[in-house]
Design a protein around this ligand. Structure first.
Ligand SMILES: *[C@@H]1O[C@H](CO)[C@@H](O)[C@H](O)[C@H]1NC(C)=O
Ligand SMILES: *[C@@H]1O[C@H](CO)[C@@H](O)[C@H](O)[C@H]1NC(C)=O
Ligand SMILES: *[C@@H]1O[C@H](CO)[C@@H](O)[C@H](O)[C@H]1NC(C)=O
Ligand SMILES: *[C@@H]1O[C@H](CO)[C@@H](O)[C@H](O)[C@H]1NC(C)=O
Ligand SMILES: *[C@@H]1O[C@H](CO)[C@@H](O)[C@H](O)[C@H]1NC(C)=O
Ligand SMILES: *[C@@H]1O[C@H](CO)[C@@H](O)[C@H](O)[C@H]1NC(C)=O
Length: 599
């Protein structure tokens, strides 16, 4: 695995070795923090944030009861063991369970500060090997920065009620230039209900098994996937009274694949002798296998970390998903019949076209039949098919590559437990189109990509629907990156990024729609591997409408300063109108059949 600091420096050195006309091509897209000429050292620390809807405790719940889980400093931590702390369930949790109550909401909060100059660093938080949070640090300033991330971790209630071990890996490197040391606190906030919901509709799993690497390690507990043939896996036996199983996958991409959606095909790199420019084309797919079966896939959201493209775009509003990386659920209940034999099975991850490096692991959420020691099951039907097509035209450094891909996975199976004989169907359907255009002798690159994913799960008993969930997500991305005014080891970089998530969920009697998008632009003057001057601005609109409430926010920043910020937590405004001009300008598609909740 490459050192986190060397990947960008390596690209820069390669850039120097190339003839001037090709200087811009092995473009660096990851930068450490930078300061504007107008920097004022007596200003208070800046607070960075990711726009998200607030996590609201359910009506009638009591709390919070809060416990500090770990407090740590991350200086020279790269390639060292994770920071760990023993975990004991907070006393209030035992007391609530003793009264017959259950966890209504659990929130994991990471708060951190840093001062100086530093790269963006990826980090992970694990409890007993199960990942609870994947995140990226904010990049510091000389006068200091602060930020916090909160994640709803209620689905890990079973894990939170057992003693265990917390591990945090944040691989940082400190030297004379990159001085930033991250200081962080990790806190758990719990809210309680008076009674748990009855099975089998019970929302959260009885048991969570980590599919990750075990400590001791000089790294995070994630698997590091380095190339397209690399498959990392773990053998695991599941309890023979399991009646439902969901795999939750954590993913982040780094090094040569940090900007995988901008990578050209290898023939472009070879023809132009651009060795050092990451290739393998612009399509990536995470394949999840159990033994020999592809049980599902993940087509990941294009998270841009805080140092990506132009760091000034993400200050203080960070990129969508960068502080709280999305996770992806794959329901493997239809396959359970194959895993109920009490034997070990191999849970593996591979990434199509991968370059070094992808950090992947998963949590296996299992629902157990407390009234029997043995459930049985069988796969009724199964199909997984995929295609990828690249249309490539180029002449020298000027070129256009259009990549399209699709996949579906579909499985139906039954499980017989004390709840009866339940038939479960899980479907995933993906489509992808990426256009990558190099113009002006390769000094301008424009990428326009859309990932469209649909998944649904339904469980029926006799003719009665027990469970029905449908999620449709669209991830649009537009990236313009233009290099100009090369003088010696200096150049200018102009960037435009449009990035978003459009999502519709329907779950039994609840539903929601989310549109969350950013439009950012900036310019930078880069000398050697440091940004010497620059400017950046970002405009984000977030619109959530759900049966559980609404949230709207419209926020803009310029050069570290928020210049406009409107938010509204009520459902009183006409949600269709809110932000629609912004989304249509961005060509963020509204997922079909958008929810319409009138006041
Ligand atoms: C620097 O920031 C301090 C505190 O915000 C302010 O009082 C001072 O006027 C600023 N100085 C300049 C030159 O802007
Ligand atoms: C962490 O908690 C300690 C003790 O409460 C506090 O002094 C420190 O400022 C906190 N640090 C952060 C980054 O929140
Ligand atoms: C792919 O990665 C694996 C794991 O690091 C390594 O063993 C293998 O040699 C690599 N294959 C290629 C073709 O580089
Ligand atoms: C990106 O491509 C889509 C069609 O695939 C198009 O509708 C959209 O306008 C393009 N976006 C930009 C910013 O060019
Ligand atoms: C979403 O839920 C609301 C309230 O239950 C319902 O009125 C509406 O029809 C639902 N919308 C869809 C698209 O299912
Ligand atoms: C951002 O800062 C740069 C350099 O200090 C300046 O040239 C630019 O005008 C500023 N941009 C905005 C929007 O304030």
């Amino acid at each position: 695995m490459a050192s986190p600091a060397t990947s960008s420096c390596l690209l820069f050195l390669l850039a120097l070795l190339l003839p001037l006309s090709a200087f811009a091509v092995p473009r660096r897209l990851r930068f450490p923090s930078l300061e504007l000429a107008s920097f004022n050292a007596s200003e208070p620390p800046s607070t960075f944030f990711e726009v998200d809807r607030p996590i609201r405790p359910p009506r009638g719940s009591v709390g919070p009861c809060s416990a500090l889980l770990l407090s740590g400093s991350f200086g020279y931590t790269y390639g060292r063991p994770p920071s760990t702390a023993a975990y004991a369930p907070p006393e209030c949790l035992g007391a609530a369970r003793g009264r017959g109550g259950s966890v209504a909401l659990a929130v994991l909060e990471w708060t951190a500060d840093c001062r100086g100059r530093q790269f963006d660093r990826i980090f992970g938080v694990w409890l007993s090997g199960a990942e609870l949070l994947r995140s990226c640090t904010a990049e510091p300033r000389p006068n200091g920065i602060l930020w916090s991330v909160s994640r709803d971790v209620t689905r890990y209630a079973a894990l939170l009620s057992e003693p265990g071990e917390i591990a945090v890996y944040l691989g940082n490197i400190v030297d004379r230039t990159y001085t930033g040391v991250y200081h962080a606190n990790l806190t758990l906030h719990l809210y309680f209900d008076s009674a748990p919901p009855p099975p089998p509709q019970q929302q959260h799993a009885d048991l969570i098994l980590p599919i990750s690497r075990s400590l001791p390690l000089y790294d995070g507990q994630w698997f590091a996937i380095q190339n397209s043939t690399d498959v990392q896996s773990k053998k695991l036996a599941i309890p023979s009274n399991t009646y439902r199983a969901v795999l939750e996958v954590f993913v982040s991409f780094h090094g040569s694949d940090e900007f995988w959606y901008t990578n050209p095909p290898n023939e472009y790199i070879e023809a132009n002798k651009l060795s050092g420019l990451p290739g393998n084309g612009a399509f990536r797919e995470i394949i999840v296998k159990v033994d020999e079966d592809i049980v599902g896939a993940v087509w990941p959201f294009t998270v841009i970390y805080t140092g990506g493209v132009n760091p000034l775009l993400w200050r203080p509003i960070t990129g969508v998903g960068s502080f709280n990386l999305p996770t992806y659920d794959i329901d493997i209940t239809p396959f359970l019949g194959k895993f109920l034999d009490g034997k070990e099975h191999d849970f593996g991850f591979g990434v199509t076209n991968a370059l070094d490096v992808w950090y992947i692991d998963a949590n296996l959420h299992l629902w157990l039949d407390h009234k029997s020691v043995r459930t049985t099951g069988g796969l009724v039907s199964y199909d997984a098919a995929a295609s990828e097509h690249v249309q490539s035209e180029f002449s020298g450094l000027t070129g256009r590559f259009v990549t399209t891909a699709s996949r579906h996975v579909s499985a139906t199976g039954w499980v017989e437990s004390s709840h009866g004989k339940v038939m479960t169907t899980f479907n995933q359907r993906f489509s992808y189109v990426n256009s990558n255009v190099y113009s002006k002798s390769g000094s301008v690159q424009v990428v326009n990509q859309t990932i469209d994913t649909k998944s649904d799960v339904s469980a029926t008993i006799g003719g009665t629907v027990l469970l029905s969930e449908e999620v449709h997500q669209v991830f649009p991305l537009y990236l313009f990156d233009g290099t100009s005014d090369e003088v010696g080891d200096e150049y200018s970089l102009v960037s435009v990024v449009k990035l978003g998530i459009s999502e519709k969920r329907q779950q039994d009697f609840s539903n929601s729609s989310l549109q969350n998008a950013q439009s950012a632009r900036g310019s930078m003057r880069v000398k050697k591997n440091l940004v010497v001057s620059g400017s950046g601005e970002n405009h984000q609109v977030y619109r959530y409408v759900g049966t559980d409430g609404c949230y709207f926010r419209d926020v803009s920043s310029k050069n570290y300063t928020v210049v406009l910020d409107h938010s509204d937590g009520s459902c009183l405004r006409r949600p269709r109108d809110v932000g629609s001009r912004f989304f249509s300008r961005l060509s963020i598609p509204s997922v079909d059949g958008a929810v319409n909740v009138e006041s």
